[in-house]
Design a protein around this ligand. Structure first.
Ligand SMILES: Cc1ncc(CN)c(N)n1
Length: 232
């Protein structure tokens, strides 16, 4: 019998293919992204990963199994201590410091993505959270591997580090999260599995929208004056 997560991946295949073809991902391959696009991506991804860490925290609060707690704990450390490297790569190419790109509000699509994972976390069980979180490492490891296979970049490629970071590393966590989900799916009803499929597919769509948000420099439609800050 096919793994449940194999069914998820098959259903999401058109979205994965659209992500591989997205102009931001092609811009990584071709080294053609604009400074503003790289900066917008890092501003948004820094806040997205902060939220993702907090959602792991909620997931830990739902765990009964210590090995799953340990897995989530390791992933929090990985994001805090290592997933800064691909951001640094983009900052170097854009010619800005990492600190300059921190503390910005989430743009609409990034906000939508974070809210979707939080809804799954607050309304669902552990497996709902994992289904909504899984596209994050899964799409990136496939993007990284595809780009490495396709262009076999020289160390002088501007995004050499980014491609190696994701192409070499995210497979492990993707497999481990898949196991957590496959194990719990064994005892779930078809209706529950359908719900997990919906969480997974929506996160895949939101992965696409995140790339698109960065490429198009998506932001809220109306700029607010500084005085909109409370007490200013
Ligand atoms: C939006 C998003 N999705 C996935 C990843 C890879 N962990 C990321 N850094 N940002």
């Amino acid at each position: 019998m096919a793994r449940f997560t194999e069914e998820l991946r098959s259903a999401a295949d058109p979205i994965f293919q659209a992500i591989f073809d997205h102009p931001f991902v092609r811009g990584i391959a071709e080294g053609t992204l604009q400074k503003a696009q790289l900066m917008h991506y890092v501003k948004q991804d820094f806040e997205y990963l902060n939220a993702y860490i907090r959602i792991y925290g909620i997931a830990i609060s739902r765990c009964t199994d210590r090995s799953v707690m340990a897995l989530f704990n390791e992933q929090i450390s990985f994001i805090l201590n290592s997933e800064t490297h691909p951001h640094q790569n983009f900052c170097e190419v854009a010619g800005v410091t990492y600190e300059q790109l921190q503390g910005y509000p989430l743009a609409p699509s990034a906000d939508h993505y974070v809210r979707h994972m939080l809804n799954a976390a607050h309304e669902g069980a552990l497996e709902d959270i994992v289904a909504a979180m899984l596209p994050c490492p899964w799409t990136y490891v496939e993007i990284g591997r595809k780009l490495l296979d396709e262009i076999n970049p020289e160390p002088s490629h501007p995004f050499y580090d980014w491609m190696h970071f994701y192409g070499d590393r995210e497979f492990g966590i993707t497999e481990q999260l898949r196991h957590v989900l496959d194990d719990s799916a064994q005892t779930l009803t078809p209706a529950r599995k359908q719900r997990l499929m919906e969480h997974f597919l929506k996160s895949c769509q939101l992965e696409y929208m995140f790339w698109d948000m960065a490429y198009r420099l998506e932001d809220w439609p109306v700029d607010l004056p500084q005085a909109a800050e409370v007490g200013a």
